[in-house]
Design a protein around this ligand. Structure first.
Ligand code: 6PG
Length: 245
């Protein structure tokens, strides 16, 4: 079991300060051409509600050149893109619908399709665009992640089959506790990220965060994100950190 290094964790007094720091962090990374190369920068959006405020701030930023940034998703629900639960809808309302970004730069997970076929299609699209890292996994420049109260991240939920996936980039994951399937990136891909940043806020996450940081053998799925070479950051607010020693 891997203990999250304490230097990866930053605790902010309020969620607003967390959002401001996350905005500075993300814009700094988006401003850097990857290793000075001419290739696009590949940015994975987290789903859920926590990142919404950050996405709204990014949409209002005047100096981001979205033409050289490709947008991807950590996971998607098996619903059509306009569904109120679709991560794509949240991202569109808060960011994508409010910036000048070429349509070809936005890579939506087709949640409305057959889940297995959608996961395959998404994996193929990633392979066609995202350069491979030294472990031969797609190496995203920035991956944002959230964490649920049960310690899931992306759609890698406790006790689900996708936790053990070691060969595929994206899978359709049966989530019995939600009585649904979700399409999700897998741990090898998350752990190949050059920058992997969690945004976690609220009292409800405190117990899961304490387990993640303690590195207990029964630690929740989010504790399995520890990039092989990339930088791991946990941006949390004081409420989520309230059970940390
Ligand atoms: C999703 C996300 C999921 C999310 C956590 C936290 O599709 O819901 O990918 O992993 O990040 O559930 O969600 P909140 O930010 O809404 O607490």
């Amino acid at each position: 079991m891997t203990v999250i290094p304490i230097e990866a964790l930053t605790v902010f007094p309020t969620v607003d300060e967390l959002d401001s720091a996350a905005f500075r962090h993300v814009t700094a990374i988006l401003a850097q051409p990857p290793e000075g190369e001419k290739r696009p920068l590949h940015f994975v959006l987290a789903g859920g509600s926590t990142p919404k405020r950050l996405y709204e701030r990014l949409a209002a930023a005047a100096d981001i050149d979205w033409s050289r940034i490709h947008i991807w998703f950590s996971d998607e629900r098996t619903v059509w893109p306009g569904h109120q639960e679709a991560n794509f809808r949240m991202a569109t309302e808060s960011l994508l619908g409010n910036i000048e970004i070429p349509e070809r730069n936005v890579h939506r997970i087709p949640g409305e399709d057959d889940p297995e076929r959608a996961a395959e299609r998404y994996a193929r699209e990633i392979e066609a665009h995202v350069p491979l890292g030294p472990e031969r996994w797609p190496e995203f420049d920035l991956i944002l992640l959230g964490m649920g109260e049960d310690g899931h991240t992306a759609s890698l939920f406790p006790g689900t089959a996708a936790l053990g996936e070691r060969s595929r980039i994206a899978v359709a994951n049966e989530v019995p506790q939600l009585d649904t399937k979700r399409i999700t990136l897998t741990f090898p891909v998350l752990n190949s990220g050059r920058n992997v940043t969690f945004l976690v806020a609220g009292e409800g996450k405190a117990e899961a965060l304490a387990k993640v940081m303690a590195g207990a053998c029964d630690a929740p799925p989010a504790s399995r994100v520890h990039p092989a070479r990339g930088a791991l950051r946990w941006y949390v607010d004081r409420a989520a950190a309230s059970m940390l020693p």
